[in-house]
Write a protein that binds this ligand. Structure first.
Ligand SMILES: *[C@@H]1O[C@H](CO)[C@@H](O)[C@H](O)[C@H]1NC(C)=O
Ligand SMILES: *[C@@H]1O[C@H](CO)[C@@H](O)[C@H](O)[C@H]1NC(C)=O
Ligand SMILES: *[C@@H]1O[C@H](CO)[C@@H](O)[C@H](O)[C@H]1NC(C)=O
Ligand SMILES: *[C@@H]1O[C@H](CO)[C@@H](O)[C@H](O)[C@H]1NC(C)=O
Length: 376
């Protein structure tokens, strides 16, 4: 039986080749004789995400968040007939970038949308780290394949810190499936080192579907009919499913129905008024994204006054009008009365007293039959 000595690879280096991307490369050990056996390399990534694989090449690329550093081991594998021999490990690591963990942004979330010109927009929000000084300024970068760009359109919180970013156009290919969008947010402050933060998003998982278009709803006898067009998207119509939100304003009943076609017919109570909204999501063609926003509210059915405030206002209005009318009539009667019976210059108590009393006591009766009494 032959004995081979197996030497570990040399010049093992780790290089950050792009945002959240590390290139591992090494050379064969020059002492290893090139004989009738196969040489391979065993790669073991320890952090941030443990992984082990072997390769014939002398380099390898990994895409992973690097804000907590990166460390890996490699060794030589020698295969001869049925014999497998291994060298010692060589180790290498990238230390975490400076800055306390609490200075990093938290709660990063991103969504993409397809625009009408078939490009993809990107919108991200985050929270400043709990331990970040007040003067911390954050910067966001995205990488898609080999393209990297810094945000130019930040939105600030009330302390003037960037907490939101918009790219109205990106290099994200709307027809690709399962590509990664890398987000990198670093920062600067006069008082502390700000630790960068990276997150990898699957492009399909953060795609927010657009709203269904041209929603029309009408009544046909006892049926409600609705039709709509698929949202702006490179995917065909068959790829979408919809949710149909249906609210009976009379009974207060709500219903959400799942529909996979672009129209819908439903028997309804025609004495009720309904409010209707529709939203869309990918269904079969790719990973489910975020549901679209709801379409604008559409009302159908009888246009009755359902709003209690409107009712109260109407009743109040009628009541006020009636009161004014009543007061006006009373005033008018009073005026005519004093003309018909002008005050007597030298009244005797005997005659004058009963009149005002009678008049006041009967004022309500007079109001109703005033005209009749005055004419007689
Ligand atoms: C390598 O293998 C070939 C055929 O398998 C053989 O002819 C040759 O002698 C071997 N060489 C060495 C150095 O073992
Ligand atoms: C941020 O994320 C944490 C943990 O995921 C969660 O508990 C918290 O409610 C989030 N804060 C906000 C404001 O969304
Ligand atoms: C933030 O990251 C970008 C991209 O790696 C780099 O060019 C820039 O210098 C960094 N800024 C700070 C303040 O660390
Ligand atoms: C929506 O309706 C408008 C006007 O009726 C029309 O121009 C447009 O093409 C429709 N959109 C779709 C997607 O059918």
């Amino acid at each position: 039986m032959l004995f081979f000595q197996v030497f570990p690879p040399v010049n093992f280096t780790l290089t950050v080749s792009a945002l959240a991307q590390v290139l591992l490369h090494w050379k064969p050990n020059p002492n290893q004789e090139q004989k009738n056996y196969t040489i391979r390399y065993d790669v073991k990534i320890l952090s941030p995400v443990p992984e082990e694989y072997d390769t014939k090449k002398t380099h390898s690329i990994r895409t992973v968040a690097l804000h907590n550093g990166f460390s890996a081991h490699i060794r030589t594998l020698l295969l001869h007939n049925d014999l497998l021999m291994r060298s010692d490990w060589v180790k290498e690591k990238i230390p975490p970038p400076p800055g306390a963990p609490e200075t990093s942004v938290t709660n990063l979330s991103c969504v993409t949308r397809i625009t009408i010109s078939s490009t993809v927009s990107l919108h991200c929000t985050w929270l400043p780290g709990q331990g970040a000084p007040e003067d911390t300024k954050y910067f966001l970068f995205y990488r898609y394949e080999t393209y990297t760009e810094e945000c130019q359109d930040y939105i600030k919180d009330k302390w003037n810190r960037n907490t939101e970013c918009r790219f109205s156009v990106t290099q994200i290919d709307p027809e690709e499936v399962d590509n990664l969008v890398v987000i990198h947010i670093n920062g600067s402050s006069k008082y502390a080192a700000i630790k960068p933060f990276q997150q990898l998003f699957n492009q399909n998982a953060i795609a927010k579907v657009n709203v269904p278009r041209n929603v029309t709803v009408f009544l046909e006898q006892n049926d409600l009919l609705a039709t709509w067009e698929k949202p702006i998207s490179p995917f065909p119509k068959e790829c979408f499913e919809y949710e149909f939100y249906f609210f009976n304003l009379k009974s207060g009943n709500k219903q959400i129905l799942k529909i996979s076609s672009n129209d819908f017919r439903l028997r309804i109570d025609v004495t009720s008024r309904y409010s209707i909204q529709i939203r869309a999501n990918h269904h079969i063609c790719c990973m489910r994204g975020f549901w679209s926003d709801w379409s604008e509210v559409i009302y159908v059915g009888q246009n009755k006054l359902e709003n209690p405030v409107a009712w109260i206002l109407t009743v109040l209005c009628v009541f006020t009008c009636c009161t004014f009318l009543l007061v006006a009539i009373i005033c008018k009667i009073n005026q005519v009365w004093s003309k018909l019976f002008p005050p007597i210059p030298t009244p005797s108590n005997k005659f004058r007293d009963p009149f005002p009393n009678d008049y006041e006591a009967d004022s309500s009766a007079w109001a109703g039959t005033g005209g009749l009494l005055l004419e007689s």
